[in-house]
Design a protein around this ligand. Structure first.
Ligand code: ZN
Length: 504
């Protein structure tokens, strides 16, 4: 390696190198790419991005699920702050354009991992029209397109949506097609947390593919799943649909984390209309007895939205973090409800009246066979969807995803080969991102390398102890810098801010 790049592969005289890493009996692979992460603000607190680098992740793709910290408009900054609260609070937001945000990250350079970012559709919408449950006016749509084009020129890799979350949920497909055309013009891709991942999952895949077709944009389906007991077993149908559209020429791929539980903010249990106007209005609604009654009725009766309570049940919804009630951490709503003698609806409204969008949850929604079908499919890559902002008990995927795939699905279950697993974690995402000199071990490519022990590699993070680092990841090299040696962090970092190759 020299100047961060791979110079030569093969037998090399040891005396020619400054440093020799032993890899006898180990696998030398390209560094892993976390196709779905939410580490946009992590570097301001944890420059090394430890949960990821210990997994062998050398690039994180951020700005997913419609949420990115830029672009920002001062007038709607408060709404954006609560919208991005799930990524971590106590951030200065002393940037306005996407490019300025990237420059802030570059000031921190070198980072623990490379950073690649998407622009969140929700962030764009908030900048232009706040948290409004309506279509944009033609002028507002133009304004969003302008902000998006500028962000793409400044280095974003595409646009993401979070269509179960306000304000993404208020948008129609046509709006997303119009915006995605801008993304296509700059060689980016469209990543989507779909409108529905349970009863209406096939309609949601169809919407994503329609956007891909009409806008001429590559599509990435985020954290692919079929949620809710009555939908278990339908992953095969979903994958068939993706295959069919690929055959017809739409570049559609997906990413997945190998767990049967998902995680998001607790406020996602509320009806979409409860979010209109922003976090303060949401808290007011949670305090108002009449609105509480309306929300309860909506959750109990309505099926035409991503209704986590109905799909999972209170016993499968676990609180990961509540600033007002830290003692609830790690317990299900059903359990807390029993312990404090309060109806589960009343309990949730009480928590959200205080915590707003800060409280988090884990929801057990999927079954193992569907997860295995997804992780082994050739067009599905790997994304943690995980982050640790240092509070509560985060989902263990933040610390375990990549080693879990290698240990559990490759070695133990023999569900896929090690070569195929590595491809899904490296060259496949690099191709989607358009990274021409990453994702493979090849002379002239950036030296992003992970060296792991195929006999021992495994995740150790659990729902009870989510912050355990994995086993078997021996050495990690980012842009030629050895960041992990013999399983320990060195003090050197090599990560950079990456930019879309069409950017100026
Ligand atoms: Zn998501």
């Amino acid at each position: 390696m020299k100047d961060g790049r791979i110079v030569k592969i093969g037998r090399i005289d040891e005396s020619l190198g400054d440093k020799v890493l032993r890899a006898d009996g180990l696998v030398v692979a390209p560094g892993f790419i976390d196709m779905h992460s939410h580490d946009d603000l992590v570097f301001f607190k944890d420059i090394a991005n430890k949960p990821k680098i210990f997994q062998g992740v050398i690039t994180v793709v951020c700005g997913n699920c419609g949420v990115s910290p830029a672009p920002v408009r001062r007038e709607t900054l408060d709404i954006l702050k609560s919208y991005t609260g799930i990524l971590g609070r106590e951030v200065s937001f002393d940037w306005s354009t996407y490019g300025e945000f990237l420059r802030k990250l570059e000031e921190l350079d070198p980072l623990g991992t490379n950073f690649a970012g998407l622009v969140g559709h929700g962030t764009l919408r908030i900048a232009v029209m706040g948290m409004e449950a309506r279509d944009p006016t033609p002028a507002e749509l133009e304004e969003m397109k302008k902000l998006l084009a500028q962000s793409m020129k400044e280095g974003a890799f595409g646009m993401s949506t979070g269509l179960i979350y306000p304000p993404g949920i208020y948008s129609r497909t046509e709006e997303l097609v119009e915006l995605s055309k801008v993304v296509a013009r700059y060689g980016g891709y469209y990543a989507t947390h779909m409108r529905n991942e349970s009863d209406a999952v096939l309609n949601s895949v169809a919407e994503a593919i329609r956007i891909g077709r009409e806008a001429g944009v590559p599509v990435e389906i985020s954290h692919l799943k079929v949620a809710g007991r009555r939908n278990w077993g339908r992953m095969a149908e979903v994958l068939r649909m993706i295959e069919k559209d690929r055959e017809e020429g739409v570049d559609v791929t997906a990413d997945v984390y190998p767990y049967t539980a998902g995680s998001t903010y607790l406020a996602a249990l509320l009806p979409p209309w409860a979010h209109v106007g922003g976090e303060e209005r949401l808290k007011e609604r949670c305090r108002n007895p009449e609105v509480r009654e309306e929300m309860r009725k909506f959750i109990e009766e309505r099926e035409d939205w991503e209704n986590f309570v109905r799909r999972a049940g209170w016993e499968n919804i676990v609180i990961t973090y509540s600033p007002s009630h830290p003692e609830f951490t790690g317990k299900s709503i059903a359990k807390v409800s029993e312990e404090v003698g309060k109806d589960p609806y009343e309990l949730v409204f009480d928590i959200l009246a205080e915590d707003g969008t800060d409280a988090g949850m884990i929801v057990f929604l999927m079954n193992e066979e569907d997860v295995e079908k997804a992780v082994t499919h050739p067009y599905v890559m790997v994304g943690t969807d995980g982050l640790d902002i240092g509070v509560g008990k985060p989902h263990p995927r933040a610390y375990g995803t990549f080693p879990r795939l290698l240990g559990r699905y490759v070695r133990e279950k023999k569900a896929l080969t090690i070569e195929e697993a590595v491809r899904k974690m490296t060259s496949l995402p690099a191709q989607k991102l358009g990274l021409k000199d990453r994702g493979l071990i090849r002379e002239g490519f950036w030296a992003d390398i992970v060296i792991f022990d195929p006999k021992t590699v495994i995740d150790r993070a659990t729902y009870e102890n989510p912050r355990r680092t994995p086993e078997g990841i021996k050495h990690v090299i980012v842009n030629g810098v050895v960041e992990i040696e013999d399983g320990e962090l060195t003090d050197d970092l090599g990560g950079k801010v990456l930019k879309n190759i069409y950017s100026l």
